[in-house]
Structures are given as structure tokens and as C-alpha cells.
Design a protein around this ligand. Sequence first.
Ligand code: C5P
Ligand code: C5P
Length: 466
Amino acid sequence: MMGLARDLEAALDLVTESEKVTIVSHIDADGISSASILERALMRERIDAGCLFVRQLEPFSIRQIPRDGSMCVFLDLGSGQQNLLEAHGFSRDRVFIIDHHVSQPCRDPYREVNALAYGYRKFSAAGMTYLLAKEMDPDNVEFAKLAVVGNVGDMMAREDLGLTGPAREIVKDGVAHGSIRVMERDLNCYGISTRPLHIALSYMDDPFVPGISNNSGGVLRLLQRLGVPLRNQQGDWSVWEDLSDEHRRLITSAIAQQLLANGKTHERLLTENYIFLDEARRTPLRNAGEFATLLNACGRWAKPLIGRAVCTGDRGGAYREAEHMLKHHRTVIRELMEYILDTGAIELSHLQYLHVGGRFPDTIVGIGAGLALSRLKREKPFLVMCRLPEDTNVTKVSMRTVEDVVRRGADLQAALVEAVAGCGGEAGGHRIAAGAYIPAEVEEVFVHQVNGILAGQLDKTGACHR
Ligand code: C5P
Ligand code: C5P
């Protein structure tokens, strides 16, 4: 696209003419992969770069940004916080934003390349950063893999069962470079490189397969019937990626039959999986989905620099620590899911909500909300609240919905931005996933206000009662 090519060129001039760059990025998989791509690309250009990771751009974190005259490049955040940048006196010629969140209207906008401005709805900040890096030096195609991790981490492959549009072009770069293998029409199942096969299959929830999902007995019987061994010749648990093509085909068709027998569609049974050929087998770095979880495990538990070290090639101390973080992350996510499902959500007319109090950190409740939605009423957006440990006067809000509801008119980012305007706070995100910080005393009013706004959004399209 012309506009994008021109804007990337302008961004390139701006960044490469800087003596020093301060990268400010988000603590999730997309933010960490974006920062790693840019930092490594700048290193190649011999430009001095420092890196700061923040949970969100808000009044507290914004004060941590060094004001040393360097060019501040905001990654995976910033577009939605331009008024805050202005209020903190960030000069327009020392700021550049690379983002994919909805932009905030601003009197005099900052310079940015935002995926949404080019019509790219399924393209994350790491994708955008990769395009800039490739513009700097064609050898930066080596970072295609990290861009794929960022995109997959932000769920850009979920709806279409694979990356599409410009994100798919990056996959092609990685394939040409020799670092990515695309497993086409592969099983839509998480954990293909590390999870023991019987566990990976029993965790399938998109599609939910009767007799298999949540049913380890059913899975064991199926594998026995098909003659697929639970352990490989070395005596280790079998994993999906290491099975023979024949065994993979047998399992896939048996699951398809199972869906058919239960009157369920198999349209979400197959997806594209992205394997990283230069990573060791049976490690969480071997495919895009698991790599993204590893980065989230670091960033969301306050160790984004460990994630960055893994992205920049550390397979020693930092990697071991990241594996440790991953184990912990998985345990807590499991507990969070159990808590949500055991406690149950309170239903209003157009949303369902739950307050987890101080039991879980604000950095992971959104992940729990997204995962739990597949087991709750999918047609009602889910809002989860939690207390902030460092300030009990502030409540963190995370919201998630599904594509069908977005198509019917729901826009979570717009709903939260409108609702915080009435009661104070900060909000932002996407149509399908958004978050906010609000004063704790307005929680009840806030939830009802969001419910009313969603009702209006869905009524406008005349579709909510269909
Ligand atoms: O800040 P950020 O954009 O990275 O937040 C991404 C979050 O939004 C992820 O937790 C992801 O689960 C969610 N998301 C989603 N579906 C999309 C895009 C994002 O669930 N299509
Ligand atoms: O924190 P959570 O994962 O729920 O965030 C969902 C989305 O909303 C993310 O893309 C995040 O960057 C965005 N968000 C935001 N402003 C906030 C809170 C979250 O833009 N105050």
C-alpha cells in the first residue's frame, strides 16, 4: 500500500537519524517481540537503544520514561494514550508510535504507523515493527519468526485459522528464509511441541469435541483404538509434532468423525501451525503459539527482560528462567480458570461480569477472561475486575468478546472509553478485547454503564435480539 510504504520510509528516516532511541513497549508477547525486533535492527545500524517495558501507559509508568533527549519509540501502545503523552510534555519531534490499538482523537496527533490506519485489522505491533526493520535492512527477514510470535500471541490467527493478509506475507518471508515451516491443515490444538499428546487433545476447546475435550479417559481410549503409542521409542511422552503423518491423519479423522457423530461442525478443526525450524524440538520455542505463551509468562510476571533475552538468542540462564516462569504462569492461569468457572459470572442483559478481588494479578486476568469465554455464554461479552495490589483505590477492568458479537456491532474499546469518560479512568484496546483502570468506588455503576452502552451498540445494528 502506497501510504504505508511512504510512512515507513518517513519512520525509517526519523529513527535512523536519531543518535539514541528509547524503546517503550508493552509487557505481553507482542510487545516483547516488537521490542526485540527493533532493538536488534537498531543494533545492526549501530544506533544506541535502551528498552523499557510497561504494563500500560498510565500516569505512573509514564514517569519512568527517561527524558534524555532520545527519540522515544512507543511499541504496541501509545496510539490510545496521546493525550496523556501531551499532558506529560512529550515533544512531537521526539516521539514515534508503532501500534495497532485504536487511536485516541488528539488535537495535534503524534507521528505513528498504526496497522488500523492501513485497513489491517489482523496485524499486530510486531508485524508493523518487522516491516520497519525490513525497510532498514533486508537481512532483517531473520526476525520474521518474532513477528509471527507477536501476531499469534495477539490472537491474529484465531478467527481465520491462520495468519492472513500482511501477516501471512511475513510467514512467507520466514519460510523463504528457512526459519519457519507452515503446518497447513493441522489440528487446531495448543501445545503441539511440548504437551503430552493425550493432554493436548483433552485440552482442545475450539472446537469442543464431545468425548475428547475435558475427557482424558476418552482420549486414552481413542489413542489405544487407533494404535497411537502414548510414549515414543525413547520412553518420553509423545507430542503431536513428532507423530508420523499417518498417526496425525488417523487422529484428525477420528476427531472429525466424533464431531460428526455428535452433530457438530468440523469447520474449526484444522488450522495453520507455525514451526520454527531453528529451535530445538520439544521446547516451547518450537512453535509460534507456545513461544508467545513463554513471552507472556515472562512479561506478565514482571520479567519482560528475560523474554527479550530469549528473543535475542539466550538459550542459557535466561531461557531456563523463562521455562520456570512458564510453569508458574500455567499453574496460575489454570487456577484462575477454575476460580472463574467455579464462582460463575453475574449476568446482565448485555454482558456478564465477575470480580476476582486481589486473588490474581491484573496482568493476567484478561487472559483468563479470554480463555473462560469459550466455556461461558459466548454471546455475552465478559468483563472481569480485579484490585491493583499497589493501589486499592484503583480497579483494573478486562473485557473480552468473540468475533460474532463484534460483527453484530459490539465495540469493547469504544464502550470502555465512553464509560470511563463518565467516571474517571483510562481505557483502550480493540473492538474484541479492551481494558481500563477505574476508581474502585464506581465499580457497580461502571459495569451497569458498560452494559447500557453495549445495549445501545447492539440495538443500533438492530441485531441484538436475533
Ligand atoms: O494489548 P494487546 O493488544 O496486546 O492485547 C491483546 C489481547 O487482546 C490478548 O490478550 C488477546 O487475547 C486479545 N485479543 C483477542 N482477539 C483479537 C485480538 C486481541 O482476544 N482478535
Ligand atoms: O489488560 P487486558 O489484557 O485486558 O487489555 C486488553 C487490551 O486493552 C489490550 O490491548 C490492552 O493494551 C488494552 N488496554 C488499554 N488501556 C488500558 C487497559 C488495557 O489500551 N487502560
